[in-house]
Design a protein. Structure first.
Ligand SMILES: Cc1cc2nc3c(=O)[nH]c(=O)nc-3n(C[C@H](O)[C@H](O)[C@H](O)COP(=O)(O)OP(=O)(O)OC[C@H]3O[C@@H](n4cnc5c(N)ncnc54)[C@H](O)[C@@H]3O)c2cc1C
Length: 449
């Protein structure tokens, strides 16, 4: 029943959405006595970093579950802690929890069968990109549900994408062209790829649209519900049991859902992927930090990728910085700039906060602005673990990976959403891989519905 520090109280399904309402947990505090040596304490307290001061001066909305959906300083510290544990681990991180288990025999004769409260053709775990594939499958007449541990909501920070990739959503029957127009909040041309002293190339119509995930996902969610889809929000996947005739999902909140196929769209840190990869340390990691800020007078073009420096030392590690920059949809002077680098995860690899400290010095120089003239609207950060063995081959009967969990995202452009749209046709069309998998499961198993 607990998610982080909030308690989830189950509500009845409403409009196809089963929700869990957040309630503050009871807090017991010990009576504090004022320390006599207050001045001494103040002197020894760590001075907040520039990153902390900047981030704590911005009011950020609620966090969402998908990659890059948290903007607070405390969420940055949490991600840095995860990153440090990846760096300090041996080749294999601690033994991952077993989430998926095989059970010989048929589900209908198992003890669990009586407890399954809902039955579906497909259950999609994770609702950021998961809602897109869920809608594509619902549109094909399948009974589909989505399980999302947070609210099923897109982030405020735009995704960059090319029109051709967006149109794949229309071709898959998930959106119409008006939806695309509604969710596209900015477009820009031309777009540069450049390396200092090596020259630059300017291109048109490549990653030149900004779509607003919060709008796009809202539209897709409505479509999914209208098609009869069911959403379990505030529900966390805790176990998957594979039988000869069914894949059964246990939620941390206690419900049991049965299906013929489970799609894992739980992102880079999916517990199922952790189990498949045996807790193996990533072969490489792309670290990204950046901000969306107001005050850029020169704001019509973009950098798809730009590097203005060679390898430099950060702490004990050597890194090369790359940049992305593009206009944001929130206002004509608003611009997003990302600084990213590729590292082997080692104990001396730089932390995200260290990269941000460098970013505040280097970004104004790169963009030809003064930081004093900028209003920082949002600070953004993320880590993209990558493995040589990608895309990830399917490891269990009846469980498939989609989105970042599948290892198909591009760490060069962070294009996880773009990657999904590029593969959506192949995944959901008549001859496609998802369709073939569905046919195998649907024709060879009795319907549990
Ligand atoms: C800084 C940054 C910039 C980016 N820019 C772009 C861009 O411009 N263009 C682009 O195409 N892509 C971009 N991306 C990548 C894009 O955000 C991701 O590829 C995309 O969010 C991946 O979606 P996903 O659903 O596969 O995984 P995630 O976004 O990680 O979502 C996984 C979902 O699963 C849920 N979940 C996790 N565990 C559980 C559980 N146990 N039970 C239930 N639910 C669970 C999470 O709450 C979450 O909603 C960027 C990413 C970052 C970090």
């Amino acid at each position: 029943m607990f998610s982080g520090t909030t308690m989830m109280v189950p509500l009845r399904p409403c409009n196809g959405v089963s929700q869990y309402l957040s309630k503050s947990p009871m807090v017991h505090t010990k009576r504090q006595t004022t320390p006599r040596n207050v001045c001494m304490k103040a002197q020894t307290q760590a001075v907040p970093s520039r990153t902390q001061r900047i981030m704590e001066s911005i009011s950020v909305g609620g966090e969402v579950g998908g990659a890059g959906g948290a903007y607070s300083y405390s969420a940055l510290k949490r991600l840095d802690k995860t990153w440090s544990s990846i760096c300090s681990a041996q080749t294999v991180q601690q033994e991952p929890q077993q989430v998926v288990s095989d059970f010989p025999g048929v589900f209908s004769r198992s003890a669990l069968a009586e407890k399954a409260v809902h039955k579906f053709d497909v259950i999609v775990c994770g609702g950021t990109l998961g809602i897109f594939i869920a809608t594509a499958l619902s549109a094909k007449g399948l009974k589909v549900s989505v399980v999302e541990r947070n609210l099923l909501k897109g982030r405020e920070q735009e995704w960059n994408i090319s029109r051709k990739e967006l149109m794949e959503l229309v071709e898959a029957g998930i959106l119409n062209e008006n939806d695309i127009e509604d969710a596209t909040v900015v477009s820009f041309n031309p777009n540069r790829c450049g390396f200092e002293k090596k020259g630059e190339i300017w291109v048109e119509d490549i990653l030149n649209l900004g779509v607003l995930p919060v709008k796009l996902i809202e539209i897709v969610k409505k479509r999914f519900l209208a098609l009869g889809g069911v959403i379990f929000e505030g529900c966390s996947v805790s176990g998957i049991s594979i039988y000869d005739d069914a894949a059964v999902l246990q939620l941390a909140e206690g419900n049991i859902l049965s299906s013929r196929l489970i799609i894992d769209a739980m992102g880079n840190f999916s517990p199922v992927v952790k189990q498949i990869r045996g807790g193996r340390k990533p072969d490489g990691v792309c670290l990204v930090v950046g901000s969306c800020a107001r005050g850029f007078e020169d704001n019509s073009t973009s950098d798809v990728i730009y590097s203005s420096s060679s390898v430099k030392k950060v702490g004990n590690a050597e890194v090369q910085y790359f940049w992305e920059a593009f206009p944001a949809g929130s206002g004509p002077l608003d611009r997003t700039t990302y600084m990213f680098t590729y590292v082997n995860p080692q104990p001396d690899s730089p932390k995200l906060e260290e990269l941000l400290e460098n970013y505040w010095d280097l970004m104004p120089e790169y963009q030809g602005v003064s930081i004093d003239n900028l209003e920082i609207l949002r600070v953004i950060y993320g880590i993209f673990p990558t493995y040589c063995e990608s895309p990830l081959p399917a490891a269990f009967n009846r469980v498939l990976q989609v989105g970042d969990a599948s290892g198909i995202q591009s760490p060069v452009s962070f294009g996880g959403f773009g990657s999904l749209t590029r593969h959506l046709g192949r995944l959901s069309n008549e001859q496609g891989f998802m369709k073939q998998s569905m046919e195998i499961f649907l024709t060879h198993t009795a319907c549990p519905c």
